[in-house]
Design a protein around this ligand. Structure first.
Ligand SMILES: Nc1ncnc2c1ncn2[C@@H]1O[C@H](COP(=O)(O)OP(=O)(O)OP(=O)(O)O)[C@@H](O)[C@H]1O
Length: 595
């Protein structure tokens, strides 16, 4: 089979071991306990063999029973005590495995969540939410299962097999060899099975992710589904994903079923060998009746680990497929992160923004979306960005908080290239209200205060007033305590936009970026918002993407983009005088033939 190369700095087991830091000692105790309780399993057949030989079938059995009755009771007591001891150890070992597996799960889950939080925009457009959720749930559970069950089963099977083999060899090596000669065939079958089942588990993992993605997209896109009455189509789509997953599951199980009869036949040969060869040895006097009883009572300790190996291999391959996905996230690094020599900037920015010969292309895009963009926004100024849909406005403003990096040129704030600033410092001074508003399932107050948890309610109300949201909030049954978001009260598009604007303002940003934030509010409200934005009680540079002339008219400068190039720029009056794109737009929006 072609050996798959490991793209990670550590192997899967090394990685697991690393994440068991702090619990390794106790895990060792658990593993040692597993060995001990498996060895203790041999005590019952051992003592029964002794009782049979000494007190039931041996030459002096009757005499022994009357003269060594104490020994008889001691052997029975030893059997009971060892069985009890075994129970106590099994109990403790189970607790240890559970504790360690849950600790590893907790640790890795938190680490992954942290990783996901710190990823850049490209990551979010590459990974599907359903796939990420599968990694955080099903895949992590497969890793917990490895720590809690698979490793335990490996030790259990191995120690049981080894202990029984040693016991057999010690008791009667000829009989032992006749039984153990079968084992290599099982190992060979399990090796063949592994090669067949490994790719099936990788496929199964993909199918699970596809099914989860299908469900997740359908649930979050339920409005579109309803609007287009596509419920049946969606049900069919999920049914297909579900069926694919189900069929792949069955096909994976079938792989084992193809190998299972061979393993089972070989394992079942053991009692036959015992009966045939053991019988002959017994008749020839090469095996005592007690040894025969002990062998028969322990034959499962050789056969069961062989049977169990199929299961273990199957689960190991499931772990292998899942851990690959988890490790991909674990070792993923955002491309956009703090440079080693990034400057700290805890204080506010003055707010000067410069674009210097900036060109930009998305990683998965075929063509650049911005070409050689240069302009400056001075502290406190308001610049409006306009242009047809798809001309690159959002892409342009995304470069300011360094959501993406220019392919050429530089974006500077207060004269420092944004990549030389610490991301946290850069972003905490930029207030952003995006095109798609996402409100959390929280109170209105909680949503507005999202960027600054220490903000007082009076300030929340003030920023709601700035964004013309206070009136409609006051009319809500629980005012600022009303729960909104996915599980809360429904809000109109314009209302959501105003809360999102209040949220951006609430951090008192040095730079405010609004991406079509007032597109869904009426003209009157928009006018009030424009007025409030001029009256902010803190210095703030504003970059506003807008389509309405009413928004752009009073801007210090208007930058018009076309196909990623700056088509024209200037004040309202200057652009009207140019009689270009902006002039045509004003004519269109005012309904006048001449201006
Ligand atoms: N994540 C992305 N990956 C690849 N291409 C993208 C991505 N986001 C946007 N684009 C492409 O970049 C171009 C500019 O998109 P952008 O969102 O910046 O336009 P826009 O002017 O803001 O449009 P609108 O006014 O409709 O919001 C478009 O052709 C779009 O298809």
């Amino acid at each position: 089979m072609k050996q798959e190369t490991n793209p990670f700095p550590k192997t899967k087991l090394q990685w697991l071991w690393e994440n068991m830091k702090g619990c390794r000692g106790i895990y060792f105790v658990g593993m040692a306990g597993t060995v001990v309780y498996n060895i203790l399993q041999l005590t019952v057949p051992y003592f029964s063999g002794k009782i049979v030989d000494l007190f039931l079938t041996g030459e002096n059995a009757r005499e022994n029973l009357s003269t060594h009755r104490d020994l008889f009771y001691q052997l029975i007591l030893a059997m009971v005590l060892f069985t009890l001891l075994r129970c106590v150890i099994v109990y403790g070992v189970c607790m240890i495995y559970e504790h360690v597996s849950q600790t590893v799960l907790y640790r890795v889950r938190n680490y992954l969540y942290d990783k996901i939080q710190r990823q850049d925009m490209t990551f979010y457009s590459t990974y599907r939410t359903g796939d990420l959720m599968t990694r955080l749930t099903g895949d992590l559970d497969a890793i917990r299962h490895m720590v809690a069950w698979i490793i335990r089963m490996v030790i259990e099977s191995f120690s049981l097999f080894a202990a029984a083999a040693i016991f057999f060899l010690y008791t009667n090596w000829k009989m032992a060899l006749c039984l153990l000669v079968i084992a290599p065939f099982v190992f060979w079958i399990i090796y063949l099975f592994r090669n067949k089942v490994a790719p099936m588990h990788a496929l199964l993992r993909e199918k699970l992710s596809q099914m989860n993605t299908c469900a997740q997209e359908n649930i979050s896109g339920n409005r579109v589904v309803k609007a287009f009455a596509r419920e049946d189509y969606e049900i069919e789509k999920f049914d297909k994903a579900n069926r694919d997953f189900c069929e792949t599951n069955k096909a994976t199980a079938m792989v084992w079923l193809k190998f299972f009869p061979y393993v089972e036949t070989i394992a079942n040969l053991m009692p036959l060998v015992m009966l045939g060869v053991g019988g002959v040895f017994l008749i020839k006097g090469q095996l005592t009746m007690g040894e025969y009883v002990a062998f028969s009572g322990l034959i499962w300790a050789i056969a069961n680990p062989m049977r169990q190996m199929g299961n273990i291999m199957n689960e190991f391959q499931r772990f292998s497929a899942a851990s690959r996905k988890v490790m991909e996230l674990y070792y993923s690094e955002p491309k956009i992160k703090d440079h080693e020599d990034a400057k700290e900037h805890p204080d506010r920015f003055d707010g000067k923004i410069e674009f210097k010969n900036v060109s930009f292309q998305y990683e998965d895009g075929d063509l650049p979306v911005l070409h050689n963009i240069s302009f400056t926004v001075n502290p406190g100024e308001t610049v409006a960005i306009m242009g047809e849909t798809g001309c690159g406005k959002t892409s342009l403003i995304n470069l300011i908080p360094r959501f993406y990096e220019p392919t050429e040129g530089k974006v500077l704030i207060d004269g420092t290239p944004v990549e030389n600033l610490r991301l946290h410092d850069l972003r905490r001074h930029i207030g952003l209200a995006t095109q798609d508003v996402l409100l959390y399932s929280d109170t209105i107050e909680g949503n507005i205060a999202y960027g600054d948890g220490s903000i007082k309610i009076n300030d929340v109300v003030k920023f709601a007033r700035y964004s013309s949201a206070s009136d409609f909030i006051a009319k809500m049954p629980e005012g600022y305590d009303t729960i909104v978001g996915e599980r809360g009260v429904g809000l109109s598009g314009g209302q959501k936009q105003r809360i999102s604007l209040a949220r951006a303002l609430a951090i008192r940003p040095s730079i405010l970026i609004l991406d079509d934030t007032t597109s869904a509010v009426d003209m009157e409200t928009e006018k009030q918002i424009q007025h409030s934005l001029k009256e902010l009680d803190f210095p703030c540079t504003k970059v506003i993407i807008a389509q309405r002339i009413s928004t752009t008219r009073d801007a210090d400068r208007i930058v018009v983009l076309r196909d990623g190039y700056i088509e024209e720029s200037g004040t309202h009056e200057e652009l009207l005088a140019k009689k270009g794109y902006y002039y045509e737009l004003v004519k269109l929006q005012t309904g006048l033939d001449e201006l």
